[in-house]
Design a protein around this ligand. Structure first.
Ligand SMILES: Cc1ncc(C[n+]2csc(CCOP(=O)(O)OP(=O)(O)O)c2C)c(N)n1
Ligand SMILES: [Mg+2]
Length: 328
């Protein structure tokens, strides 16, 4: 289902994917240098994320998991704010979700898929024709929350796209050890359209997402897109993927690297590639500088923002914390 994107659009997608790759590598380096607590690299999944996010309108709402840096780059989210989540400064990132319609990062697997459905239903009640997209993994597709979200979305024909990146792994569990059938086929049981696409082909991803968004806007209900891709790196900087997978399994996917694939299509654009490299270099230099300036948040904020009226026990804890950490 190629969307036949024009040359300039392909160049823009290349630019976003290349910047994403560079920021991803920088984030891993920052973790190794002690600047981040942990980071889940997305290398290999750039086409799936950038192609889908770029196919939406800025007013459509993105509900990311913890591995959606590429969608954040495509949306123009403040990347230092994004990485605060991985620096342990703030759960869910310090960027403003409302500014770019990019929800706080969900590290609880699958939980945000319900939020996407709720937001989509609310937006329709407001009379708007925006849609929501929920990004989640092959592993998350086994979560009860995800089944509930898809069932609810189907029954209420919510304007939502369920976008699964099947990167073949849920930490150390390969997808065939956790899903007996095919994820995209579940859509039929929920009463909406499902499809499987080549997640490393940015044009195909863009086309499938644009079509799903159109369906959502026009009252056609949700779409489940299963984008077949591969997690080239480890699950996160906290694990060693060589303990559970062979490098021989990774090699064929390295050959299908989505950025190299697009670069081959854009051959002859040497000056453009150089300009993108240079831009990516400045993006990461700025990012590094702005992370270095990050100050910890006031300790008392740990107790804010959850309850409108915090329970008594929390008040006690808050006072104790204030007493014991008067300087924080
Ligand atoms: C509710 C919940 N259960 C377990 C975990 C631990 N955990 C973190 S990531 C992950 C694997 C998720 O795999 P998948 O959905 O395929 O996403 P991927 O990491 O491949 O992007 C697990 C089990 C968690 N964060 N939240
Ligand atoms: Mg996975």
């Amino acid at each position: 289902m190629a969307a036949e994107l024009d040359h300039d659009r392909l160049k823009d997608l290349y630019r976003l994917m290349a910047i994403t790759r560079r920021v991803d590598q920088e984030a891993v380096a920052l973790q190794r240098q002690g600047e981040l607590v942990a980071f889940p690299p997305l290398a290999g999944q750039e086409a799936a994320q950038v192609g889908s996010a770029a196919a939406l309108r800025p007013t459509d709402y993105i509900f990311p998991s913890y591995r959606e840096l590429g969608a954040a780059v495509a949306r123009g989210v403040d990347l230092a704010g994004y990485l605060q989540a991985y620096r342990g400064i703030w759960n869910g990132g310090m960027y403003d979700p409302e500014k770019h319609h990019f929800a706080p990062i969900a590290s609880s697997v699958g939980s945000h898929v319900l939020h996407a459905v709720g937001w989509a239903m609310g937006r329709r009640k407001d009379g708007a024709d925006d849609c929501a997209i929920a990004y989640f993994g092959d592993g998350a597709s086994s979560e009860g929350d995800v089944h509930e979200a898809m069932n609810f979305g189907g029954v209420f024909r919510a304007p939502v796209i369920f976008f699964v990146q099947n990167n073949r792994w849920a930490i150390s569990v390969p997808s065939e050890r956790q899903t007996a059938g095919e994820i995209w086929k579940r859509a039929e049981g929920y009463g909406f359209r499902g499809l499987r696409i080549d997640g490393n082909d940015v044009e195909e991803v863009f086309g499938a997402t644009a079509e799903a968004a159109e369906r959502a806007r026009s009252g056609g209900g949700p779409t489940l897109i299963e984008a077949m891709t591969y997690r080239l790196g480890a699950h996160s900087t906290a694990d060693d993927a060589t303990r559970y997978r062979d490098s021989a399994d990774v090699e064929p996917w390295t050959a299908k690297d989505p950025i190299e694939r697009l670069r081959r299509r854009l051959a002859g654009e040497a000056a453009f590639f150089d300009a993108v490299d240079e831009e990516a270099g400045s993006v990461v230099a700025e990012l590094r500088a702005s992370l270095a300036e990050t100050q910890p948040r006031p300790l008392k904020e740990m107790f804010d923002f959850v309850y409108a009226s915090p329970p008594a026990a929390l008040h006690v804890q808050r006072e104790l914390a204030a007493e014991q950490h008067a300087d924080d």
